[in-house]
Design a protein around this ligand. Structure first.
Ligand SMILES: *Cc1c(COP(=O)(O)O)cnc(C)c1O
Length: 363
């Protein structure tokens, strides 16, 4: 049996008729930027997330960047984020001219509140907790720290659309949040896309200006801006896919439970805390024999990945930040032991049973 790490084409096939109909409708409408399909998706997304505003943008990184710009974060400022994340969580800080301040993560792979508090200086302006793997970061503790020091909280919810924390959707838990609609994410499109959510309507208005050149209308520009919009076509596809998101997320949760209930190999698996509702963008296990395990699975046709093999503080681009090996022991240790197993709605029960069989014969 051959089990790829992802199978995006299968999902496309399942939705093909609906998607093609939408393509024809928009093609014939002649409106390809903005318009009703974008408004409809933004409306549906804000209702889903339980926020006042949802704003479609070009991609998940731009979503983070535009939020930071709207908060007037720039040179001289510091923003704290986790060192175990996708590189975009940090480069968006650098891109504003502010300094990325990296901190270690806890056993759940999410940013450690204690480490955040120790990293705060007089220049700190914001915290970017990442809901890594689709699991909510400890937002109560983070918001408490932010409140104590007067900091903004920008959720990096790129991997976590639909995840909940104490029954509340991620994306509604800080000052603003960024989602990625990249093909590999839980609500993935057919190209790049991003979404911003916030309950702060003043911030939302500013972000709407920033994403569209700072233009108040066709001719009047009120601030220097950017061009980062969610295409009409992608917004229409997102509107379709949002209807299925909960069903897909639930299937991923079912797969995670299946793994947990049936894997007997000696590995560490992720478990939700009672107040967490993870959506398993990734199912990350840990093993002291990670590399051998990955090879064993690959030999049996099962593809795995590592998210992420190099922590941000040890990336070449980050040399000027002055970090060194040993600065963040948890993240560095996890890099050597983590392995992501296949998890996506289209995985069949037979494929799952096969993966578990092969895992359980590994010693
Ligand atoms: C994917 C991702 C991003 C960036 O999203 P893009 O849409 O690829 O720009 C940011 N942060 C995290 C944690 C991600 O996984």
């Amino acid at each position: 049996m051959n089990i790829p790490f992802v199978n995006l084409a299968q999902q496309f096939l399942n939705l093909e008729c609906e998607l093609v109909d939408t393509f024809l409708k928009i093609g014939r409408s002649g409106v390809y930027i903005g318009g009703e399909p974008l408004e409809s998706f933004e409306e549906r997304a804000s209702t889903f997330l339980g926020v006042s505003d949802a704003i479609g943008v070009g991609n998940g990184s731009d979503a983070l960047f535009l939020i930071l710009k709207a908060l007037d974060i720039g040179p001289g400022d510091e923003v704290i984020t986790a060192t175990n994340s996708f590189i975009a969580s940090a480069w968006v800080i650098h891109a504003t001219g502010a300094r990325p301040v990296l901190v270690d993560v806890d056993d759940d792979l999410n940013i450690s509140p204690e480490c955040i508090e120790s990293a705060i200086t007089k220049d700190t302006r914001a915290i970017i907790p990442v809901h890594l793997t689709g699991r909510p970061a400890p937002m109560n503790e983070i918001n408490e720290i932010a409140c104590k020091y007067g900091l903004s909280v920008v959720e990096d919810a790129a991997q976590a659309i639909g995840a909940k924390y104490y029954e509340r959707q991620v994306g509604s838990l800080g000052d603003a949040a960024a989602f990625s609609l990249h093909p590999l994410k839980n609500l993935g499109l057919y190209g790049d896309g991003g979404l911003i959510s916030t309950n702060n309507s003043e911030l939302a208005s500013k972000i709407r200006l920033l994403r569209n050149h700072g233009l108040k209308n066709r001719d009047e520009c009120v601030m220097w801006g950017y061009n980062s919009r969610l295409d009409t076509l992608q917004a229409a596809f997102a509107d379709i896919k949002l209807k299925y998101l909960e069903k897909w997320n639930n299937r991923c949760i079912q797969i995670a439970n299946f793994y947990r209930n049936n894997i007997t190999a000696k590995i560490i698996m992720p478990y939700d805390k009672p107040w967490e509702h993870s959506v398993y963008h990734n199912f990350v296990i840990r093993s002291n024999h990670r590399d051998e395990l990955a090879i064993h699975l690959l030999k049996n046709g099962i593809e795995t990945r590592i998210h992420y093999p190099i922590p941000i503080h040890l990336q070449e681009c980050a040399i000027n930040l002055g970090y060194k090996i040993g600065d963040f022991p948890n993240a560095e240790n996890f890099c050597k032991t983590m392995l992501s197993l296949p998890i996506y709605p289209e995985l069949s029960d037979a494929q799952l049973a096969y993966i578990i069989d092969k895992l359980n014969i590994f010693h």
